[in-house]
Design a binder for this molecule. Structure first.
Ligand SMILES: Cc1cc2nc3c(=O)[nH]c(=O)nc-3n(C[C@H](O)[C@H](O)[C@H](O)COP(=O)(O)OP(=O)(O)OC[C@H]3O[C@@H](n4cnc5c(N)ncnc54)[C@H](O)[C@@H]3O)c2cc1C
Ligand SMILES: NC(=O)c1ccc[n+]([C@@H]2O[C@H](COP(=O)([O-])OP(=O)(O)OC[C@H]3O[C@@H](n4cnc5c(N)ncnc54)[C@H](O)[C@@H]3O)[C@@H](O)[C@H]2O)c1
Length: 475
């Protein structure tokens, strides 16, 4: 017998975005139905951010042990139990899972339905045996790995982010197609855990980031021993005696690679299928559901957030979107998204962090009417003490000092980018960072020093020297 629920907000998808809307809305007094067809927590918890960072942590631990001799610390040969590294990954997921669980959301007051949701009309969704009528709907169904049309791919077994964290056997030779953040993080984690790794990228690695900073990552992964083919076309994939043969064309030459395992990390596809979007009058494209700046779809009762909108696909963006929807749907405020200060980080070692405009996008917007300053990790005392001097920080400002963007490649870049996110979102000028007192010796001093470098030409220039000499006459 079909059951009918009438509610204020119906959220489809219990990943980073859906959970944030549901938790926020229910605690603010709205009646909320939350529908999830798979695992609570979505991609981030189960097959994305959490397992990838946990596996990277295992890889970095192995690498630190290997490199400890530069401090006079000997550990002997590093032995890796790959299965235990995967156990670590799953214990981290298990530790976080209660926070995203059905039990917690029911305790908060949500009605949680574990079934696939589908619109049956503009104001109605069906999930299992239940029909949900709501004042507002929020679609947060996320994305999944895009599978490129490579001849022969269907003849071999391959991993995506959905399956790689289940693999307990260290790959002899892992071939990764795609040199974006997933490809590079997984390349480094597996390589540090003892696998041979080859990355095939059709363009250049990390194409959304500043090429000057990406060069540091490229040099490092190559120096570590990861084979990297950029500008390479994957022509064919074959199964040969249980080995995976990948034929690529690189710099006009055909190269045949043979690996034990294959990972596809070639971007994402939005989960728009079987949602009944047409029945609900919701427009979408290959990139995802179309939304306006208030995250409203073409059906004004329905919002869409997170990966499904095809925008910046990060957990923190799904969470940010959730806040915009809560303001619109609950408080009837016309809140709009502002993407001027969105940070992202690739958690390789060294890390690569970006916020605001890159130098390229700043030049596209402002021409040469910008200033660019850099400061090297090699000039930072803490980096020297820790023997991690690789990398630099780059900051882009307007001529009046207004900060437009910042990018950092180096140790803990992800932790250091926060101050620049705040500065850009609060429309601060670089003087605010230059004037900050940073504790010594910290990597945080990099921010202060790069801001100081912005002033160097004027502060130590002839004008200042003349002024000081003049004033000293009266001292
Ligand atoms: C390997 C990897 C590493 C990543 N690392 C990072 C990182 O370090 N930092 C970062 O910020 N981001 C990272 N991301 C991106 C991040 O995981 C996503 O941006 C984020 O999970 C998007 O959240 P979401 O709520 O839009 O979708 P999801 O988290 O994917 O949640 C969508 C949910 O909707 C459910 N669903 C789909 N269709 C239906 C339906 N019809 N009915 C009911 N339920 C449905 C799905 O089962 C899923 O649980 C990573 C992604 C991957 C793949
Ligand atoms: N640290 C993080 O925040 C983090 C980590 C992982 C993933 N993510 C999110 O997940 C998204 C998806 O990650 P991703 O790395 O899969 O996607 P991506 O789109 O960022 O990168 C995919 C790469 O694969 C390449 N590619 C595509 N088809 C190819 C082919 N046939 N042959 C060779 N190369 C090919 C592209 O040129 C691109 O460089 C990211 O954009 C990001 O939003 C974030």
């Amino acid at each position: 017998m079909n059951k009918i629920i009438t509610t204020d907000i119906c959220v489809i998808g219990a990943g980073s975005g859906g959970l944030s809307v549901a938790a926020g809305a229910v605690q603010m007094g709205a009646k909320v139905v939350l529908i999830e067809k798979g695992k609570m927590g979505g991609d981030c918890l189960n097959t994305g951010c959490v397992p990838s960072k946990a596996l990277l942590a295992a890889g970095h631990a192995a690498e630190n042990a290997r490199r400890a001799s530069r401090f006079g610390v000997s550990t002997g040969p590093v032995e890796i139990d790959f299965g235990r590294a995967i156990d670590h990954v799953h214990s981290v997921i298990a530790g976080i899972a209660p926070h995203d669980s059905v039990e917690r959301f029911e305790e908060l007051g949500c009605t949680v339905i574990q079934a696939e949701a589908r619109f049956t009309g503009p104001g109605e969704v069906i999930a299992g045996e239940t029909t949900i009528k709501a004042k507002r709907f929020v679609i947060a169904t996320g994305s999944r790995a895009a599978v490129p049309p490579i001849p022969g791919l269907e003849t071999v077994c391959y991993f995506t982010n959905e399956t790689i964290f289940e693999n307990r056997v260290r790959p002899e030779h892992l071939i990764i197609i795609g040199g974006g953040p997933i490809g590079l993080e997984m390349a480094q984690a597996h390589h540090q855990l003892g696998a041979k790794v080859t990355v095939i990228e059709m363009g250049t690695i990390l194409p959304k980031d500043d090429p000057d900073l990406v060069a540091v990552i490229r040099d490092r992964i190559k120096a570590d021993g990861i084979s990297l083919y950029e500008g390479a076309k994957t022509k064919e994939i074959l199964d040969v005696n249980d080995q995976i043969r990948v034929v690529i064309e690189h710099q006009g030459i055909e190269i045949t690679l043979e690996g034990s395992h294959l990972l596809l990390a070639t971007g994402r596809k939005p989960n728009v299928e079987n949602l009944g979007l047409k029945d609900a009058g919701i427009d979408y494209t290959d990139r995802g559901i179309s939304v306006d700046a208030r995250l409203r779809t073409s059906n004004k009762k329905v919002f869409a957030i997170g990966d499904i909108t095809g925008g910046l696909q990060f957990t923190h963006m799904a969470g940010y979107d959730a806040g915009i929807v809560i303001r619109n749907a609950l408080f009837r405020l016309p809140a709009k998204v502002d993407h001027s200060a969105v940070p992202w980080v690739t958690y390789t070692n060294p890390e690569l962090a970006q916020v605001g405009l890159t130098e390229k996008t700043a030049r596209e917007q402002y021409g040469d009417d910008i200033r660019v300053v850099t400061w090297d990790y090699a000039e930072n005392d803490r980096a020297r003490a820790e023997a991690e001097t690789e990398g630099f920080i780059k900051v882009i400002t307007k001529p009046n000092g207004r900060i437009l963007g910042a990018a950092i490649v180096g140790r803990q870049a992800g932790e250091l980018i926060g101050v620049w996110s705040l500065a850009i979102s609060k429309k601060m000028k670089i003087g605010a960072i230059a004037g900050m007192i940073a504790p010594y010796p910290t990597l945080g001093e990099l921010s202060k020093r790069v801001a100081g470098a912005w002033y160097t030409p004027s502060l130590f220039g002839e004008k200042t020297r003349k002024l000081v000499r003049f004033l000293l006459r009266f001292a």
